[in-house]
Design a protein around this ligand. Structure first.
Ligand SMILES: [Zn+2]
Length: 393
């Protein structure tokens, strides 16, 4: 509602300015008696449309008629911005484009309008047009230049053009913006992930070092570095890196478990794996650690021990995933009618677990089954964490 009032106010203000300018021009030009100058005629048409609640036509007439000079340029920019904020980006484009085409703008004004037009195109989803406009502004040593950089980085992020996003960020901009440092570390991690998929270890390592330099707290870089070590055959280095991770941020312990298990299995050390998991479980109460531990004990033939551990843990911190696994363990020993009952029970837990979100964004509350490094809803980096409790970890 507030924006509607503001829009009306701006329109009326612009109308008044236009009317006054029209009068001034009229007195200067002295048109022949009985004729209205074009400007004020357009204003009356615009006003008539507005009164008849036809804002589309009103705005077109309005924009055509409003004289652009140092007195009205701010009104034009504000009017366009208002349309954009209301989600009417096509109208914002029309207002700003009309302004941008005027030869009377000085360089500073022209760059400001170009920036607003870039924002309009972004809001309209016309990313290639926004990119063209913003690229021309990023090297300016001004507020417009810095804002354009931030917008262009955002644009490349949306398009998953990680390399371009990295190249756009200047070191001075990074220095003053911790949020961008965090995002840039993730861009480097995205590039490292692509390189790892191609087994380009040296290039991937370089990206991960850069990620760590940008954001020393970047858990993802540590995780990927461990994956790199494992993939290139250094399982011991991978384990060393992973065991440092809980000290960095314990909420990502569930995310590192599979790599940890794979590393110990590559070394053929299931007993060491079991004792590492046991230690981890004492410090971090996550069901997934328990389940990996039970699975390892099972593989070593210690079925009874696995069963005791899971049922003991479930008595203290029950979770659906744990109960489901416990039924599995009982099934191993059951026979006949008992087995049939357990299978019925397990089908029920599986039904409850199906499509159950395991992660949640700490910033906007978005829930997902898989772990996203960037929240698909609020686009925050590193904000998605495992859900803890009965239905989660
Ligand atoms: Zn979110």
């Amino acid at each position: 509602m507030l924006t509607d009032f503001l829009l009306l106010f701006l329109l009326l203000l612009a109308l008044a300015t236009g009317w006054w300018l029209g009068r001034r021009d009229k007195s200067r030009r002295q048109p022949p008696p009985g004729t209205l100058p074009d400007l004020s005629k357009d204003y009356f048409v615009g006003l008539n449309y507005l009164l008849n609640e036809q804002p589309d036509e009103a705005i077109d007439t309005f924009v055509r008629a409003l004289e652009v000079n140092s007195d009205t340029i701010e009104t034009h920019i504000a009017l366009g911005n208002l349309f954009r904020s209301r989600g009417e980006s096509d109208r914002a484009v029309r207002v700003h484009q009309n302004l941008f085409a005027r030869p009377s703008l000085n360089r500073e004004q022209s760059e400001r309008v170009q920036l607003e037009l870039g924002k309009d195109f972004m809001a309209a989803g016309l990313l290639d047009r926004a990119e063209r406009l913003l690229k021309e502004l990023v090297n300016n040593n001004s507020e417009v230049g810095r804002t354009s950089q931030v917008l262009l980085v955002d644009l490349y992020e949306r398009e998953k053009e990680w390399q371009k996003a990295m190249h756009t960020l200047s070191s001075s901009l990074l220095k003053e913006n911790p949020r961008l440092q965090k995002a840039a570390a993730h861009y480097a991690c995205e590039l490292a992930t692509e390189l790892l998929a191609k087994n380009s270890f040296a290039a991937a390592r370089k990206q991960l070092k850069q990620a760590q330099a940008l954001d020393a707290a970047c858990i993802r870089a540590t995780l990927l570095m461990a994956q790199l070590e494992l993939q290139s055959g250094s399982a011991k280095s991978a384990i060393r890196l992973l065991l440092r991770l809980p000290g960095q941020d314990s909420s990502y312990v569930p995310a590192m478990l599979q790599t940890l298990v794979d590393a110990y299995l590559l070394l053929d050390q299931p007993r060491e794996l079991a004792s590492t998991l046991e230690k981890l479980l004492q410090e971090h109460k996550y069901t997934s650690i328990l389940l990996h531990l039970a699975e390892t004990l099972r593989s070593l033939g210690h079925h009874q021990e696995a069963l005791e551990k899971v049922s003991h843990y479930m008595r203290h911190q029950v979770s659906l995933k744990g109960v489901d696994y416990l039924i599995d363990l009982y099934l191993d020993q059951a026979s006949g009618g008992e087995r049939a009952h357990l299978i019925t029970l397990r089908n029920l837990t599986r039904q409850l677990l199906e499509h159950k979100p395991e992660h949640q964004c700490t910033s906007c509350g978005f829930q997902s089954v898989q772990l996203y490094w960037q929240c698909p809803k609020c686009r925050e980096w590193g904000s998605i964490k495992p859900i803890v409790g009965l239905e989660g970890e």
